[in-house]
Design a protein around this ligand. Structure first.
Ligand code: IVH
Length: 673
């Protein structure tokens, strides 16, 4: 602990100094990537040791900083955020607040209503009318410089018409043109590439590309909506006049903006936008209401970073109708059975939904679902879509009602009701193929034994072939057995066995979590391992002894004691042990630098080093090099002709480095440890 404490203090001091030098004196003491790596190390340490988080930690700034190989972009004027309203009543409160602050104000206050464009906010800077740079929002003060990509967007004017001399900046939104987006997706599919899931994320990924050639030709739009830095002589008198000015300069502005002068008309204008929304060729997620007059705006001022003169009205989550085609009952690792609705694929809230959880039997009963029913599906933001209700129709009563099964859909065992958790469970822990698959998947997963090469599909195949029924079977696999499997070559078999071998030394805490003891997650497993130190002490621990461990209550203690007391669990643990799995504390790998804990994926042709050499160097610095991109990838290093891995990384928002960026990171992390 002492070392984490010291390291955190050191990192906070260093990062704050680099950041101050950078922003105030324009001096870069270390490359951005190295800054990033240190920042991430700090985030990791803080989340593992929250008590040591310092109030002046750079991770505590709103929005955080940006991890990227892109240059930072310091905003000319801090970018605003808006307060939200979700109902007509909240809009009325907004108007009442405005009036209160203006001491009553003029008889009629004019408001401009604008569509709230569901894209990415950008600031574009012009000098003597010429576009010089532009960047993303970031934390409002500093974003990422994406000038190279902005230049490729046809609606970003590179030279303004009749612009004033000097520097000015314009704020607006970059977003996909929806018909272009669909066409682009169809083309990608034809070319064997993955379709983008939704326009907003695709736009974010696109704008963060390092190579503008990847951006060119993508159907992106830029709408200008606000002033950044604006010289006094061209400052308009109102928001509506400003937008007209933008149009004269050559910007694309939104044709649906309107000015109204009563709350009733504000509500009506927003309603009108809602009606037009489905026919628009770009996505909007609400409307922005702005006091039109700049004099009044100035009088109203700001509360922290939000202006008092504007509010963002957000539409309620999108709801669409589709048909319930069936309900699946999925059996989880602990045997809990969850109903899953299969619906006719439908787009809602920016994604295509075909399956969605129905949670449990109470929810299933509440919905009163019949196969063939029309149902309403809702999705807001990044939330999991859900079935809200059945649309009543005359045939509902004649359709077959979906009932919770009494037998396990996977193994036919009679299901039991788990009173404690209101769940329905299959009690056939060892024989139910679904539970066996899930238990092994859990065992091999990254936070547990992290068996490289043993992903979900591989587990299904091994369990299906009868080669694996218990975790210990994983360590009994032979090369010949693997080779006999479908689609298994020598190299994959060797790699899998190497992954299995490496997983033997994950240490007591992870091995405990891997066993899948009810209520024992990452933190509990760590507490148990720290307290008991050896497996033998834990195997014979009583509930009373377990309760002594800080953070462990009666439910967990009972669950652990019961697990350890069962003969078959003891046999399995002994089997694992005799197969070389180490149930003992294992020191974390030497903290050799900023790259410990980072996962790299290399793709494309690396010209300076070659992949083997690059892997060796990364590993020597403590990083892990993996073959496939996932959410857990810290960095993708993209060489020439990088393909699908690069796309995937962008889609997932993984930081992409080129070879030079990787070398800079290596150089910096070697010295930073
Ligand atoms: S005015 C940059 N007007 O909504 C702040 N914002 O909640 C400017 N947005 O991130 C605020 N359409 O990017 C404004 N017509 C519009 C907008 C709009 C979309 C976004 C903006 C900001 C967010 C504010």
């Amino acid at each position: 602990m002492g070392t984490a404490d010291a390291r955190i203090t050191r990192l906070v001091a260093d990062l704050n100094r680099y950041s101050r030098l950078y922003h105030e004196d324009n001096v870069s003491e270390i490359p951005d990537q190295a800054y990033d790596a240190l920042f991430r190390e700090l985030e990791d340490l803080e989340s593992a040791n929250p008590a040591f988080r310092l109030p002046d930690s750079p991770t505590q700034r709103v929005g955080g900083l940006i991890s990227s190989a892109l240059e930072p972009f310091v905003h000319e004027v801090p970018m605003l955020s808006l307060q939200n309203a979700f109902s007509a009543a909240e809009l009325e409160e907004f108007e009442a607040r405005v009036r209160r602050h203006l001491g009553g104000g003029p008889a009629a206050i004019a408001y401009q209503i604008e569509p709230k464009l569901d894209g990415l906010a950008m600031e574009l800077v012009y000098e003597d009318g010429v576009f010089v740079r532009g960047g993303t929002r970031g934390d409002g003060q500093v974003g990422e410089n994406v000038s190279h990509n902005l230049r490729t967007i046809p609606s970003v004017p590179l030279r303004l018409r009749d612009a004033p001399a000097g520097r000015l900046s314009v704020v607006g939104e970059v977003l996909f043109d929806l018909s272009g987006f669909e066409a682009m997706n169809d083309r990608r599919e034809r070319d064997g590439e993955k379709r983008f899931e939704n326009p907003r994320n695709a736009a974010a990924g696109t704008m963060r590309q390092l190579d503008p050639k990847m951006v060119q030709g993508r159907p992106l739009l830029f709408f200008a909506h606000s002033a950044g830095l604006m010289p006094a002589e061209c400052m308009a008198r109102s928001q509506s006049a400003l937008v007209a000015q933008f149009a004269r300069w050559g910007f694309r502005v939104n044709p649906l903006n309107v000015v109204v002068d009563s709350v009733a008309d504000v509500v009506a204008a927003i309603e009108s936008l809602r009606v037009q929304r489905p026919g628009l060729d770009y996505e909007i997620d609400g409307a922005v209401v702005k006091v039109d007059s700049f004099d009044l705006q100035q009088e109203l001022g700001f509360v922290t970073r939000s202006p008092r003169w504007a509010v963002a009205y957000k539409y309620p989550p999108e709801r669409v109708r589709t048909v319930l085609e069936g309900v699946l009952f999925s059996v989880g690792r602990t045997g809990a059975v969850t109903p899953v609705a299969c619906v006719r694929p439908v787009r809602v809230g920016g994604v295509t939904v075909s399956r969605t959880t129905l949670h449990n039997q109470d929810e299933l009963a509440r919905l009163d679902l019949c196969v063939g029913d029309t149902v309403e599906v809702e999705r807001a933001g990044d939330v999991i879509p859900k079935v809200v209700q059945v649309v009543a129709d005359a045939d509902h009563a004649h359709r077959a009602r979906v009932c919770f099964p009494t037998l396990c859909p996977e193994c036919g065992t009679v299901l039991i009701r788990d009173a404690e958790e209101a769940a329905i469970r299959c009690p056939n822990e060892l024989g139910c193929p679904a539970q066996v698959r899930r238990a092994i998947q859990h065992f091999a997963s990254r936070l547990c034994m992290d068996v490289e090469g043993l992903g979900e599909k591989m587990v299904d195949q091994l369990v299906g072939a009868g080669l694996v029924r218990t975790p210990s079977d994983v360590y009994r696999l032979t090369f010949e057995q693997l080779l006999a499997l479908d689609r298994m070559g020598k190299l994959s078999a060797q790699n899998l066995l190497a992954g299995v071998d490496a997983s033997r030394s994950r240490g007591l805490d992870r091995a405990l979590m891997a066993l899948g003891i009810r209520h024992v997650g990452e933190a509990t497993a760590r507490d148990l391992a720290r307290h008991f130190v050896t497996l033998d002490a834990l195997l014979c621990a009583t509930v009373e002894q377990l309760l002594v461990v800080e953070g462990i209550g009666a439910i967990v203690a009972t669950s652990v004691a019961e697990f350890m007391a069962r003969e078959r669990n003891q046999t399995e643990v002994q089997a694992l042990r005799s197969l070389g799995v180490r149930f003992e504390p294992i020191a974390a790998p030497v903290q050799a630098g900023a790259l410990v804990g980072k996962v790299f994926v290399l793709t494309g042709t690396l010209t300076a080093l070659g992949r083997d050499e690059a892997s060796r160097m990364l590993e020597a610095a403590g990083a892990k090099v993996s073959g496939s991109v996932s959410k857990r990838t810290s960095y993708l290093v993209a060489g020439a002709e990088a393909g699908s891995k690069l796309d995937k990384a962008r889609e997932l928002g993984v930081t992409v480095l080129d070879e030079a960026g990787m070398l800079a990171l290596l150089a910096a992390s070697g010295g930073a440890g």
